[in-house]
Design a protein around this ligand. Structure first.
Ligand code: TYM
Length: 336
C-alpha cells in the first residue's frame, strides 16, 4: 500500500493514438526509472482524448493496449498504480471545480489549445479549451510532487501549479504544489521527416511507433531528414543541423552515450552510417517492449485485473482529496 514517506509522481498519456518514441523517451522512460523512489500513479487519460473526436471501438481497444504497453515498458503494476481516468469519477468532479478557479486568460494562452484548435477548426469544443483544468485535477487529486512529462506539457503543469497556489491562498493549504519533471535529453523528440515539428502520431512517416516492426523502424530512420549542409558530419549543432541534433538526441537517449562520444564514434563516417546505426539502436531498445506488449494484449483478463485494482487504489486517494476540497469550498457533506 501507499508509503507515505515517499514523494508522489503522477502522469498520463492520451489513448488517442498508438504510443510513439516521443512518448517513450519524453515520459515513460522516466516513469520507469522513478518507480522505486516515488509513489507513482500512471493514468490512461481517456477523458482528455475525447476533446478530439474518437472512434469508440478504437478508443476502447487503444486504452487497454496502452496499459499493456505501459507494463511492457517496465512499469510493474505492483509498484505503480496503473489505471484508466474515467474509472475514477473524482477526476471529472475536481476538474469541474478547478474550472471555476482557472482564468479564461490563462486558458487562452495555452499553446496546445492554439495548435489543436488550428488543426480541428470544425470542432473547437469547450473541453479542448478547459482541458488544462482537468489535467490540474488529475495531478492535484493525488498530491503529486512531480509530474514527469515531455517539454510540450510544461505549460500545463505550470498552470496546475498556479491553480493549486490560488486555491491554497483562498482556502488554506489543500493541494501539494506540483513541479514538472522533464528529462535532460529526449524532452522534445522531433519528427524524422520534419525536424522543425515535434514527433507526433499525426505525421506517421516521421513518427516511430512502439509497435512498429524492425523493418519499418529501419526504413523510417534511413529516410530521416538530416540537413542540406555539405559538411555531412555528425556534429551537435541544434540551430544549424536540427535533423542531426534530433537523431543524436534519440541515439543518446537509447544508448546513454553523450553527444561527444557520439561525435567521436561517427567521426569521418557520414550520415549513411549514422542513420542506420540510430535505427538499429532504437530497434533493439523497442524489441522487448513490442514483444512483451504483443504477448499481453490478448490477455484481457489479466489487463482487466490490473486496471480494476489500479482504479480502486487511485480512487481511495482521490476520494479523500475531493472530500477535503468540497468541504473547504462549502458544499454540504454527502451523508452516505
Ligand atoms: P500526450 O498524450 O500528448 O503525451 C504524453 C506524454 O508524451 C510526451 N510527448 C513527447 N515527449 C517528447 N517528444 C515528443 N515528440 C513527445 N510527444 C509527446 C508528452 O510531453 C507527455 O508527457 N495533457 C497530456 C496528458 C495528461 C497528463 C495529465 C500528463 C493528461 N493529464 C496529468 C501529466 C499529468 C497530453 O496530452 O500528453
Amino acid at each position: 500500500m501507499e508509503n507515505t514517506e515517499k514523494k508522489v509522481m503522477f502522469s498520463g498519456i492520451q489513448p488517442s493514438g498508438d504510443l510513439h518514441l516521443g512518448n517513450y523517451l519524453g515520459a515513460i522512460r522516466n516513469w520507469v526509472a522513478l518507480s522505486d523512489e516515488y509513489t507513482c500513479y500512471y493514468c490512461i487519460v481517456d477523458e482528455h482524448s475525447i476533446t478530439v473526436r474518437q472512434n469508440p471501438a478504437e478508443l476502447r481497444k487503444r486504452s487497454t493496449v496502452q496499459l499493456a504497453q505501459y507494463i511492457a515498458c517496465g512499469l510493474d503494476p505492483q509498484k505503480n498504480t496503473l489505471f484508466i481516468q474515467s474509472h475514477v469519477h473524482e477526476h471529472a468532479e475536481l476538474g469541474w471545480i478547478l474550472n471555476c478557479y482557472t482564468m479564461f486568460g490563462e486558458l487562452s494562452r495555452m499553446t496546445q489549445f492554439k495548435d489543436k484548435s488550428a488543426k480541428n477548426a470544425e470542432n473547437i469544443n469547450g473541453g479542448l479549451f478547459t482541458y488544462p483544468a482537468l489535467m490540474a485535477a488529475d495531478i492535484l487529486l493525488y498530491n503529486a510532487h512531480y509530474v514527469p512529462v515531455g517539454a510540450d506539457q510544461k505549460q500545463h503543469v505550470e498552470l496546475a501549479r498556479d491553480v493549486a497556489v490560488r486555491f491554497n491562498n483562498i482556502y488554506g493549504d489543500t493541494f501539494v504544489v506540483p513541479e514538472p519533471y522533464i528529462p535532460k535529453v529526449g524532452a522534445r523528440i522531433m519528427s524524422l521527416s520534419n525536424p522543425s515539428s515535434k514527433m507526433s502520431k499525426s505525421d506517421p512517416a516521421g513518427c516511430v511507433f512502439l509497435m512498429d516492426s524492425p523493418d519499418e523502424i529501419s526504413r523510417k530512420f534511413k529516410r530521416a531528414v538530416t540537413d542540406s549542409d555539405t559538411e555531412h558530419c555528425v556534429r551537435y549543432a541544434p540551430d544549424e543541423k536540427p535533423g542531426v541534433a534530433n537523431l543524436m538526441g534519440i541515439y543518446s537517449s537509447v544508448t546513454g552515450k553523450t553527444f561527444e562520444e557520439i561525435e567521436t564514434e561517427f567521426d569521418g563516417k557520414g550520415y549513411g552510417v549514422f542513420k542506420p546505426a540510430v535505427g538499429d539502436a532504437v530497434i533493439e531498445k523497442l524489441r522487448p517492449i513490442r514483444e512483451e506488449a504483443e504477448r499481453m494484449i490478448n490477455d484481457k483478463e489479466y489487463l482487466k485485473g490490473i486496471y480494476t485494482e489500479g482504479a480502486q487504489r487511485a480512487e481511495y486517494v482521490a476520494r479523500k482529496t475531493l472530500r477535503k476540497v468540497t468541504k473547504r469550498i462549502g458544499f454540504v457533506e454527502k451523508p452516505f
